[in-house]
Write a protein that binds this ligand. Structure first.
Ligand code: PEP
Length: 235
């Protein structure tokens, strides 16, 4: 399993250090899945981590450095040896209006540098309401220009209507999309969207679900550690 925590705009440097330290301590003495934590850019740091715990950037501009006010590039990521990035998250697409074009160029840039990329796809409610065919069409349009044969790619299916809303997709919703994508793309595929302690085992046990990308329910370190513990034996 792959279990990832997206902090979004939560936690400080100090609480991130505490969180990452606690997860790392847990992983020292417990066999488990691959774990990813995406803190805010201001909380990235050089942590001495277990091999299966990775710190990633929630976002970065496709540049080494330059004049891109408010952004960070690889010179800032390199300082902390960050080699993992989240690209295409629904909040960046739909709240911050990042275009598919800029997402694709970001993907190409970080792929060429060999970064581990968690690439998010997912449909808004009005598309879901048009049925499975339209939903798949929409989701596949988000893969246009994305090299899905890239070895360091992890995909995350995150329906927009399920993110941060407390509404989780049904098992059938997840199975339908995951089965279709996995037929075409041989990469790990996570589900994200209101995953929590009470549903993580059921969701991660579904066919073609390789793990979970979790926002809200992952921000408490004890809950996140429990999620890692609960899912560690799921194949
Ligand atoms: C996310 O941020 O990717 C996410 C899935 O959030 P939440 O778990 O809060 O729905």
């Amino acid at each position: 399993m792959i279990i990832a925590s997206n902090f979004k705009t939560n936690h400080t440097r100090s609480s991130t250090k505490d969180f990452v330290g606690a997860v790392n301590e847990y992983l020292k003495s417990n066999r488990s899945s691959e774990v990813y934590v995406f803190p805010t850019a201001t909380s990235l740091d050089n942590f001495d981590l277990q091999d299966n715990l990775h710190l990633g950037a929630q976002n970065a501009y496709p540049t080494i450095s330059g004049s891109f006010t408010g952004e960070i590039g690889t010179s800032q990521l390199d300082e902390f040896n960050i080699k993992t990035i989240l690209i295409g998250h629904s909040e960046r697409r739909h709240v911050l209006n990042e275009s598919n074009e800029s997402i694709v160029s970001k993907y190409k840039y970080y792929m060429e540098l060999g970064y581990k990329i968690i690439y998010c796809i997912g449909e808004p409610l009005e598309v879901k309401n048009q049925g499975l065919e339209k939903t798949l069409e929409y989701v596949y349009s988000q893969l246009d220009g994305i090299d899905t044969t890239y070895d360091n790619l992890i995909l995350a299916y995150e329906p927009v209507w399920a993110i941060g809303t407390g509404v989780t997709a049904t098992n059938d919703d997840i199975i339908n999309i995951h089965n279709a994508i996995k037929k075409d793309i041989d990469r790990p595929l996570l589900y994200g969207g209101s995953v929590k302690l009470s549903n993580v085992v059921e969701i991660c046990s579904l066919e073609n679900v390789d793990g979970a990308l979790i926002g809200t329910a992952s921000w408490n370190k004890d809950d996140f550690i429990q999620i890692i513990e609960l899912t560690k034996d799921i194949k």
